[in-house]
Design a protein around this ligand. Structure first.
Ligand code: KIV
Length: 266
């Protein structure tokens, strides 16, 4: 489990029908945990806007925020394949600016790939990045950076939207994206896309018919209590465990139980 995960490892898993695991997280310690248990890919997601910064959406996250968090994650992830989200407006203004910003993230944070939201409209950028040696992960279906256009969090790919999602995935694959995240897509559409895919398809709220799955660390360990989308499975009750520990610390300090001699220097 100590060999560095590469694009080749990931394609080999797809070929052999072995599922790929990905966690979205933003700091050194959680990245280290993911790395230690053998999670294949760590995404430094711009969901950090909500989960880490307490904002309402991903739209406020800056390029500097992403570089800061990606550097911390990289230090914790020795073998996992690290992907950094490009934040809103860091790649939409011009091709030149987008290339420069993606290059900065790869050089400064030493991530293995960048992730961009969108389909046909970013295909030229995907092509250019791939040709200069920057691997690209696409993101279609529900794309959080377009929340205002989509009108809130919802399933994308029903009815007329179905063809749009198919076209977007095709455009990304033709432009060279090696992996694509499908978010909040009906599972029969995911299945159809997966059966015809040449890229690695990673689902979140897209059902089981993908090459792998991604969840946000804080959702998975139960630290986010306020909302629980249908697709989230909590593997621990993190908030409850932490809350109990804090209550106990408070009580022990107040009662003079902590620190005891054992926790004190002689
Ligand atoms: O920002 C993020 O964490 C993501 C994943 C949820 C796919 O984009």
């Amino acid at each position: 489990m100590d060999r560095q995960v590469t694009i080749r490892t990931l394609f080999q898993k797809k070929k052999e029908g072995k599922k790929i695991t990905m966690i979205s997280t933003y700091d050194y310690l959680s990245a280290k945990l993911c790395d230690e248990v053998g999670i294949d890919c760590i995404l430094v997601g711009d969901s950090l806007g909500m989960v880490f910064q307490g904002m309402e959406s991903t739209l406020h996250v800056s390029l500097e925020d992403m570089i800061y968090h990606a550097k911390a994650v990289r230090r914790g992830a020795k073998r996992s394949f690290v992907i950094a989200d490009m934040p809103f407006m860091s790649y939409q203004v011009s091709l030149e600016e987008a290339l420069r910003n993606c290059g900065r993230v790869v050089k400064e944070a030493q991530v293995n790939a960048v992730k961009l939201e969108g389909g046909e409209e970013i295909s030229e950028l995907v092509y250019r990045l791939t040709s200069i040696g920057i691997p690209v992960v696409g993101h279609v279906g529900f794309t959080p950076q377009s929340i205002n256009v989509l009108g809130g969090y919802r399933v994308v790919g029903k009815g007329e939207e179905r063809e749009r999602v198919k076209k977007d995935l095709k455009a990304l694959e033709e432009a060279g994206a090696f992996m694509v995240v499908l978010e909040a897509v009906p599972m029969d559409l995911t299945k159809e896309l997966w059966e015809n895919s040449r890229s690695i398809l990673i689902g979140i709220g897209a059902g089981p018919y993908c090459d792998g799955q991604v969840l946000v660390f804080h959702d998975l360990v139960g630290l986010v209590e306020e909302i629980k989308p249908k697709f989230v499975k909590r593997y621990a009750e993190g908030a409850k465990i932490f809350r109990q520990a804090l209550i106990q610390f408070k009580e022990e300090v107040e009662k003079g139980i902590y620190p005891s001699e054992e926790e004190s220097y002689g």
